[in-house]
Design a protein around this ligand. Sequence first.
Ligand SMILES: [Zn+2]
Length: 89
Amino acid sequence: MTSSMPSARRYRMRPQTVLAPQVVATQVKEKFGTLRFYASGHNSAQDGMIELAEMLSARLCELCGNRGRLYRDEWIIRTRCPNTSGFPF
Ligand SMILES: [Zn+2]
């Protein structure tokens, strides 16, 4: 082996090189039955994760996390499963 060959140690990932930017949540709320997450300091990958979480919030029961859907309960729109909404899917 030659001395110019890189050692395995050189390829070890250093935590500080793989960390994503710190996301700062500026507002987190429920609106029309789904999650709204407003933040600053995020990169495009983190933006995609936030968007995915917002989309999933329309499909997961807000009480138990089971598969759910949006439905109107009088004047309030909620995301609930059949067990907690009382309505069959
Ligand atoms: Zn539920």
